[in-house]
Design a protein around this ligand. Structure first.
Ligand SMILES: NC(=O)c1ccc[n+]([C@@H]2O[C@H](COP(=O)([O-])OP(=O)(O)OC[C@H]3O[C@@H](n4cnc5c(N)ncnc54)[C@H](O)[C@@H]3O)[C@@H](O)[C@H]2O)c1
Length: 260
C-alpha cells in the first residue's frame, strides 16, 4: 500500500531535526515538512544535508538547514539553536537523529579512538542538543523531544559487536526518562523510539549484501527490515498534539524484531 505522506498533522509547528544527512533524520525531516511543519535541519556532513534540502525545496516544503555543524561541540550547538530560534521565534519539536558509533568487541575496542568518540557521538550529542533547546521549548510553553534508543538499550543481539552502542543507548533511554520528568511541569514531552534495523547509511554495509539482507529480513516478524519512513511516521505522532499525554515512553518500532 502506498501511503500519502502529505497532510497537516504538524501544521504551525517548527521542528529542529539533527542528522538530516543520514537515513532516519532525513526521513523524519522530510515527513515532518510534508505534514506541515517548518523544518530546520542540521548535520556535520554538508553535502549530505544539502541533498535533503534540495529534495525538500523541489517539493516546495518549508525547509532549511544550518550546516555543517559538529553537534558534539557545545558552543556550536548553542549557536545552532540560537540561529534556528531567531529565524522562527523558537521551535516546538527537537528530533535528535545525528549519531556516530563504532562497533567492535571488547578485545578490540580502543578506548581513546573508539569508545570515547562513540560515547560523545551517541550520548553527549543528545544531551547537548536537549540542554541547548530546553529554554526555547520552555519559552514556547512546551514541546516534544524525540530521541533514538535501540533494542541494544535492553538486550544484546547474538554476534553483534555493539558494546559501546549498548552503553550509549542505555544512556539515551534512561536520560530521556529523566528529561520527561524534568520537562513535565514545562509541558515538554520527551520520548524515545527504538528502531529495528533500518536501511540507512549506518547499515548500508549489512543491507547491501543480498544473503545478509535475507537473514536480516527474517529477524523481523513482518519479514522485512525497516525504511526511514517507518520510523518517521512514529516520530510524527510523537511530535504532534495527538501525543499530548505521551511522555517518558519508549516505542520499539521494529517490525516485531525485539519480541521474538
Ligand atoms: N539505522 C538503524 O538500523 C538504527 C537502529 C537503531 C537505532 N538507530 C539510531 O537512530 C539514529 C539515526 O540513525 P541512522 O541510521 O539514520 O544514522 P545515519 O548514520 O544514517 O545518520 C546519522 C547522521 O548523523 C550525522 N552526524 C554524525 N555525527 C555528527 C556530529 N558530530 N554532528 C552533526 N551530525 C553528525 C551524520 O553525518 C549522518 O548524516 C541513531 O541514533 C541510531 O543509533 C538506528
Amino acid at each position: 500500500m502506498q501511503l500519502s505522506q502529505n497532510g497537516q498533522r504538524l501544521a504551525g509547528k517548527v521542528a529542529l531535526v539533527t542528522g538530516i544527512g543520514g537515513g532516519i533524520g532525513k526521513g523524519c525531516a522530510l515527513l515532518f515538512a510534508r505534514q506541515g511543519a517548518t523544518v530546520v535541519g542540521t548535520d556535520i556532513n554538508a553535502a549530505a544535508a544539502q541533498i535533503t534540502v534540495d529534495l525538500a525545496l523541489d517539493e516546495g516544503l518549508a525547509f532549511e538547514s544550518i550546516h555543517p555543524v559538529d553537534l558534539t561541540k557545545e558552543a556550536a550547538v548553542k549557536e545552532l539553536v540560537a540561529q534556528a530560534a531567531a529565524v522562527h521565534g523558537g521551535f516546538d519539536i527537537l528530533v535528535n537523529a545525528a549519531a556516530y558509533c563504532d562497533f567492535a568487541p571488547i578485545e578490540a575496542l580502543d578506548y581513546e579512538t573508539q569508545w570515547k568518540p562513540s560515547i560523545v557521538g551517541e550520548l553527549d550529542i543528545v544531551f547537548l542538543a536537549c540542554q541547548a533547546a530546553w529554554p526555547q521549548l520552555i519559552a514556547r510553553g512546551g514541546g516534544s523531544i524525540i530521541n533514538f534508543a535501540s533494542a541494544n538499550a535492553r538486550q544484546v543481539l547474538r554476534g553483534s559487536p555493539a558494546l559501546v552502542h549498548c552503553a550509549t543507548k542505555g544512556g539515551v533511554l534512561s536520560m530521556t526518562l529523566q528529561l520527561a520528568m524534568e520537562g513535565g511541569p514545562h509541558g515538554i514531552r520527551a520520548n524515545t523510539i527504538s528502531p529495528g534495523l533500518v536501511a540507512t547509511e549506518a547499515t548500508r554495509h549489512l543491507v547491501n549484501d543480498p544473503a545478509r539482507l535475507t537473514e536480516l529480513n527474517d529477524k523481523h516478524m513482518l519479514g522485512r527490515i525497516g525504511q526511514p519512513e517507518d520510523i518517521a511516521w512514529a516520530a510524527v505522532f510523537l511530535a504532534s498534539d495527538e501525543a499530548g499525554w505521551v511522555t517518558g515512553a519508549d516505542f520499539p518500532i521494529d517490525g516485531g524484531a525485539s519480541k521474538w
